[in-house]
Design a protein. Structure first.
Length: 199
């Protein structure tokens, strides 16, 4: 065997070994990435409205003031006699009811505002979760696809290296080793890929 044949066979064998290492490494990487994709969990986000509550401090003060006003007016009506009581008690009661209705409306308005904030923040949370999930899956998919391409390239290198080494041994007198055809390389790569997938 001539020096050119030995060099050509050695280069082919080295290419085949390097390709095999790349193929197995990338296939292991693909499996790892596939497990990562399968393990994706939803990120927990909290709604800012969860800590919000209706403030009753102002309404409690208004109720106390209205009760004092009603008591003062009722006392004044009692001092005025029966006619004053009959004529004025209805107005005092009506004012008290109006004040209580306004207090209730204020509390209801606060609750409506909290509900609106909760709904808006729930929408923001959902969008953020979806965006984070999409970004993470896109990154993992990109890595998975790159590993697939690298594994295929490794298999092609194995086929090419084996073809080069085989040609060197088949044509020991030739100083320039012939390269196998593209079809032969593709067949060898398919066989190597099928064999790697079975493992």
């Amino acid at each position: 065997m001539g020096a050119a044949t030995a060099v050509s066979a050695g280069a082919g064998a080295l290419t085949a070994v390097t390709g095999a290492i790349t193929t197995f490494s990338e296939m292991a990487n693909k499996k790892k990435i596939a497990r990562e994709i399968a393990k994706q969990k939803e990120v927990t986000l909290t709604n800012i409205a969860d800590s919000m509550q209706v403030s009753t401090l102002g309404s409690d003060l208004q109720k106390e003031q209205q009760a004092q006003i009603s008591a003062t007016q009722t006392s004044a009506l009692q001092d005025g006699g029966t006619r004053a009581m009959l004529g004025g008690l209805g107005r005092v009661t009506a004012r008290s009811q109006d004040a209580n209705a306004q207090i209730a409306a204020g509390l209801d308005e606060q609750q409506i505002n909290i509900n609106n904030v909760r709904a808006q923040d729930e929408q923001r949370i959902q969008m953020a979760k979806e965006q984070r999930q999409a970004n993470k899956l896109a990154a993992l998919s990109s890595q998975y696809n790159a590993s697939s391409q690298n594994a295929s390239q490794g298999m092609a290198n194995v086929a090419q290296g084996l073809g080069t080494a085989g040609n060197a041994f088949a044509n020991p007198t030739s100083s320039t080793p012939s390269t196998p055809s593209a079809a032969a390389l593709a067949r060898q790569a398919k066989r190597a890929e099928a064999k790697a997938n079975k493992k």
